[in-house]
Ligand binder design. Sequence first.
Ligand SMILES: NC(=O)c1ccc[n+]([C@@H]2O[C@H](COP(=O)([O-])OP(=O)(O)OC[C@H]3O[C@@H](n4cnc5c(N)ncnc54)[C@H](OP(=O)(O)O)[C@@H]3O)[C@@H](O)[C@H]2O)c1
Length: 252
Amino acid sequence: MSKYLPSFGNNLQVAVIGASGGIGSAFVDHLCLDNKVSQIYAYSRSLQITPNPTDPKIQKIQTHPIDYTQEIAIATAATQITAPLDLIIITTGLLHNGQMQPEKSLRTLSAESFNAAFQVNTIGPALVAKHFLPLLNQERKTVFAVLSARLSSISDNYLGGWYAYRASKAALNMVLKNAAIETARRNQLAAIVGLHPGTVDTALSKPFQANVPEGKLFTPAYAAACLLQVIDRLTAVDSGNLFAWDGAQIPF
Ligand SMILES: NC(=O)c1ccc[n+]([C@@H]2O[C@H](COP(=O)([O-])OP(=O)(O)OC[C@H]3O[C@@H](n4cnc5c(N)ncnc54)[C@H](OP(=O)(O)O)[C@@H]3O)[C@@H](O)[C@H]2O)c1
């Protein structure tokens, strides 16, 4: 019995790109407990899982490196896939690092922050789409889902700020829309979507959690479980759109 993916076929092959992250690792945790999932390709810059021949959950997980700074590394990562994929989830993302903080005003914009945000939030996922979308199974339902953010929505932007993050995620949405249109010409069973996980207690949101209303800061496990339920309800008709953790479509 599949807890999360009853609408999919059996013997599922899944790739999680960004498996070291707060939400990415929660996806891997849920998926390795799901009876329908046979193989999880867990990609990151750092994650290593020691094979344990006595634990069937761990045996499902293969860890592989991926590096967004070199397209050849993404192409090489794709060569690790040995069977058509049913589900690809990209959970990488960048909001802040040692040099970069979300901008409150135009005065603090910098080319460096924009380059860093676009590298991780837009260009990396676009190159993953280039090399991994051709690996989707064409015989049955498949999903390519990328964690975007509600902040990517131009029509939903009432607060301003966070220029590089918002712009890089809005550009990601355009990449996904384009990829959805192109993919539909040869694969009518694939859904290519952006997902908003809610506000989730991870390293990415940690500095910005002070004003989150009570009950609105999700654990990674809860967010990943909600998103798997959204993924399960998707069909090809939904391709090219952005959905929140509760299944509601977010307008671009
Ligand atoms: N947390 C939230 O409240 C929230 C809200 C809305 C949207 N999101 C989105 O959800 C996604 C997951 O976020 P999270 O909260 O789980 O963040 P997280 O815990 O900080 O995880 C971020 C992931 O991105 C990877 N990453 C960062 N820079 C990278 C690079 N240059 N190359 C390759 N991988 C890189 C990290 O890998 P390393 O471990 O190697 O650094 C890690 O796996 C992001 O796209 C984020 O924008 C999160």
